[in-house]
Structures are given as structure tokens and as C-alpha cells.
Design a protein around this ligand. Structure first.
Ligand SMILES: [Zn+2]
Length: 272
């Protein structure tokens, strides 16, 4: 039974500031170690619960954050970018379930370091009229491939907004958001214990959990961060300008919608 663990850093216990999420400083070097330990806790929980193969993908920023030499040697590491499935890299293999570790709330929410894919590109994203953050977008991508999300960890705002999407999913809350850059956090050790227990428990719901499926084709709508971003994005003929900051496009699948968003995210760097 193969499990994919997707890891981000903003939802990791103790992480509250952008400096902790960006390479080039001591704070980040410490936070990426906490991220690796939370990944290890989920790996242990998956194996405790009966997994036979675990892939862990690095899904933050450059996709090069997890410390390979500190990772549980039973797991395989999926890292580096670009890659076609983004935060679901590694799902190409036949997986029974997905676990989301260190995830965060969607853009405009009150969660710690909340954003959707790229905070300097997108203010909001909807698929078929429903607003999604990264967990929803990538959970729907996994769902399209028949794979359910069975475990997720992050702050309380993330858990609250994500729970309705995945009714059988087991959550581990790492911290209570007190603001965008402020939280009341569990210790890294207590968090890892909760993640390991939750991931183990999640293995038992694999049979009952239903994949999140959206109607196709997907109508994707996005609110760009500024009108200048919308000017740039609508150079792509597939996108239709709705107003100063809002754009729409149709996608044959959730995968294509997510890949388009990731292309636009990369394009946004042209305005930096
Ligand atoms: Zn991230």
C-alpha cells in the first residue's frame, strides 16, 4: 500500500514568519529541520498503520527544503522543480492515499502565512465557483486520479477551512493562529507525536475516504494580486479578462487548471 506525503513549511509548528520559510538565514535552517521531523513523523505513522511504500514530496518554494540525510530512510524523497504535478509530485505512482503535512490556510484567510500558490500573484482562486487554497486545489487533483486525502496538519484556520472538503480526513493542529505572523504553537516534539498518531489513524480510514472530484471541464477563476498582474496573465489567449483583477479560463481537468496556475505563478516573476 503506497502513500504520498506532501510537505509544506508554513503550517509547521513554530513557523510564523516569512524569514523562517526562505533560504539564506539561520531561522530557515532551523525551520527546515522541524519540517523534516514533521515529515518523518508522518512517515512513521503511515508505516505504523500498514503502508508498504511511502513517498514524501517537498512542496515548498524551491521544492528543496527537506534534509535528505535526516529523512526516515524507509521513504523515498521527491524534490526539485519544475515538475508536472507540483505539490502532488510522486502521485504518478499508484497511491492509496495522500497526507498533507505543514500546510496553511488559503489566501485572504486569517491563518499563519496564508496564501494560495504564490502570494505575489494570486489574491483568490476558484474552481467551478468554489474558492480553494492549496489543499483544495491539490486535493482535487489527487481526487481526479482517484486518490483521497486522508491526513492533514497545519494551523487551526487551515484545519477549519479544509475539513469540509475531506470528510474522512484526520487532522493534526500544530498551532492556533493569532495573526498572519503570530501563533500559539505546540512544541515540535508534541506536534510530531500528534502527527505520527494521526497518520497512523488515517491509514484506517483509507477504505472509507472518498476522493474529492470536481465536474469537468473545470471553470477556473482567479483574482490577480494587482491589475498589472492581470494585464500580464491575460496575454495568454486562453484567459479571459472579467474585470481589472479577475480572469477566467476553462480547463479539461483539475490537473490542467493547476498546471495553468503554476505557469501564471512563474510568469508573475516578470513583474518583480
Ligand atoms: Zn510553502
Amino acid at each position: 500500500m503506497r502513500i504520498l506525503i506532501s510537505t509544506d513549511i508554513e503550517g509547521v509548528a513554530g513557523v510564523v514568519h516569512p524569514e523562517q520559510t526562505r533560504a539564506g538565514n539561520a531561522e530557515y535552517e532551523r525551520a527546515r529541520r522541524w519540517m523534516t521531523r514533521e515529515a518523518n513523523a508522518a512517515i512513521c505513522g503511515a508505516f505504523d498503520g500498514g503502508a508498504t511504500e511511502v513517498r514524501v514530496n517537498d512542496s515548498h518554494g524551491t521544492y528543496r527544503n527537506l534534509l535528505a540525510d535526516e529523512l526516515d530512510p524507509r521513504a523515498r524523497l521527491v524534490n526539485g522543480k519544475p515538475r508536472t504535478l507540483g505539490m502532488m509530485g510522486g502521485l504518478e505512482a499508484d497511491c492509496a492515499g495522500v497526507m498533507l503535512v505543514g500546510f496553511h490556510a488559503r489566501a485572504q484567510a486569517r491563518g499563519v502565512l496564508a496564501h494560495t500558490i504564490n502570494s505575489s500573484a494570486f489574491a483568490r482562486v476558484w474552481l467551478n465557483g468554489q474558492e480553494f487554497g492549496e489543499a483544495g486545489l491539490y486535493g482535487a487533483l489527487a481526487g481526479e486520479m482517484g486518490v483521497p486525502v486522508v491526513f492533514a496538519s497545519g494551523d487551526d484556520v487551515f484545519a477549519e477551512e479544509t475539513r469540509p472538503l475531506f470528510p474522512h480526513c484526520v487532522f493534526a493542529v500544530t498551532k492556533q493562529a493569532a495573526g498572519r505572523h503570530s501563533a500559539v504553537s505546540l512544541s515540535p516534539q508534541a506536534t510530531c507525536e500528534a502527527i505520527r498518531a494521526g497518520a497512523r489513524q488515517a491509514m484506517a480510514v483509507l477504505g472509507a475516504a472518498a476522493p474529492l472530484r470536481l465536474e469537468l471541464p473545470v471553470c477556473a477563476r482567479l483574482q490577480a494580486q494587482t491589475p498589472a498582474h492581470a494585464d500580464l496573465f491575460c496575454q495568454w489567449p486562453a484567459l479571459e479578462r472579467v474585470d481589472g483583477v479577475t480572469l477566467e479560463f476553462s480547463a479539461a481537468s483539475v490537473e490542467h487548471a493547476v498546471r495553468m496556475l503554476n505557469c501564471l505563478s512563474a510568469m508573475a516573476a516578470a513583474l518583480n
